[in-house]
Ligand binder design. Structure first.
Ligand code: NAP
Length: 290
């Protein structure tokens, strides 16, 4: 493998999170950087929660180009960022920061929304005519609901085991007259009449949480012709994806989302779209080794 030459001109972008060491973001970004020829490296920083404010200020003062922010720091990043874009303001969390060294201003963005939209574009998904079910009410569910509202989907159902959190999402977005949001209190006896897209924004199916045998929807649902958007990428084929494939569903997996939201961050930092070709295969190789 050809080694990157680091010089006094090399810029730095980082990921702040805890845990962060398991993250695939360094692999993706360093590949983007190599493909684009930009002289920058991407490193991971994992540190205790209480150190976040100092670490953020340090990164700004040291002149880092930008940061990605993951759990549990997204709300803190929102609080400390000088300016926020419209999406992160409504969602209340920031996952990408750009530092402007000449003005000393930090700008906050939420690229999960863009990653979600880009992942569904290109597979002929009919936004305006579709009904969608979002499972979960955490960070990724919020971004997904916001993306669906931005694209003016027909109806959004939200189901979460803690119903009030789903209600909170429903009530926190600006009312768009044409888009109905309904919170479901259960799924077993309450399959919506028509569902075109199911987004799993829970860890049900995830290997590292010990939940890999679990399904976020009832086993009896027929997924023929439905789009399945799975946020999980470990394993790449969750039980939900396996069922969807067997029954003729269209699949968008967690790697699509991960690569697309990373591409949006890259564009924010360097004002150019990264080359994504070949990255998915490299990530799959990497995941298969682990
Ligand atoms: P989060 O903010 O912690 O939210 C998790 C949601 O799942 C909550 O609504 C929670 O319900 C629900 N949940 C947790 N454990 C559950 C269980 N045992 N049974 C039923 N519901 C459960 O997490 P997040 O950031 O939204 O992430 C959700 C999943 O998406 C994770 O697997 C994460 O790795 C993945 N993700 C992937 C990407 C990507 O780029 N591919 C990006 C973001 C997230 P309560 O409200 O009741 O606690």
């Amino acid at each position: 493998m050809q080694q990157k030459i680091i010089s006094s001109e090399t810029r730095l972008v980082g990921l702040f999170g805890n845990p962060a060491r398991h993250s695939l973001s360094p692999l993706i970004h360093n590949e983007f950087m190599k493909n684009s020829g930009i002289d920058v490296v991407y490193l991971t920083f994992e540190f205790p929660y209480e150190n976040f404010d100092e670490a953020f200020i340090g990164a700004k003062k040291l002149g880092l180009t930008g940061l990605n922010i993951t759990m549990p720091f997204k709300e803190n990043a929102y609080r400390l960022t000088d300016r926020k874009d419209a999406r992160s303001t409504i969602i209340g969390s920031v996952n990408t920061i750009k530092f402007n060294s000449s003005t000393n201003i930090s700008e906050g963005f939420n690229t999960d929304v863009d990653g979600f939209i880009r992942s569904l574009e290109g597979c002929d998904f009919d936004w305006a005519g579709s009904d969608c079910l979002v499972l979960g009410a955490g960070g990724s569910a919020k971004s997904s609901v916001f993306a669906l509202m931005e694209k003016s989907i027909k109806k959004i159902y939200i189901y979460n085991r803690t119903t009030w959190k789903a209600e909170k999402i429903k009530n926190s977005y600006p009312v768009k007259k044409r888009i109905k949001i309904e919170v479901l209190e259960e799924l077993e006896n309450r399959k919506p009449e028509s569902i075109d897209l199911i987004c799993n924004c829970t860890p049900l199916g995830m290997k590292t949480s010990g939940l890999s045998e679990l399904m976020p929807i009832p086993d009896g649902w027929d997924l023929n012709g439905v789009y399945i958007f799975e946020m999980i990428y470990k394993p790449l084929e969750t039980r939900l994806i396996f069922k969807g494939k067997n029954e003729g569903a269209m699949i968008i997996d967690g790697l699509d989302m991960l690569i697309n939201q990373a591409a949006s961050s890259f564009k924010i930092w360097f004002d150019t779209d990264p080359e994504k070709k070949g990255i998915r295969e490299k990530l799959i190789n990497y995941l298969n080794k682990g």
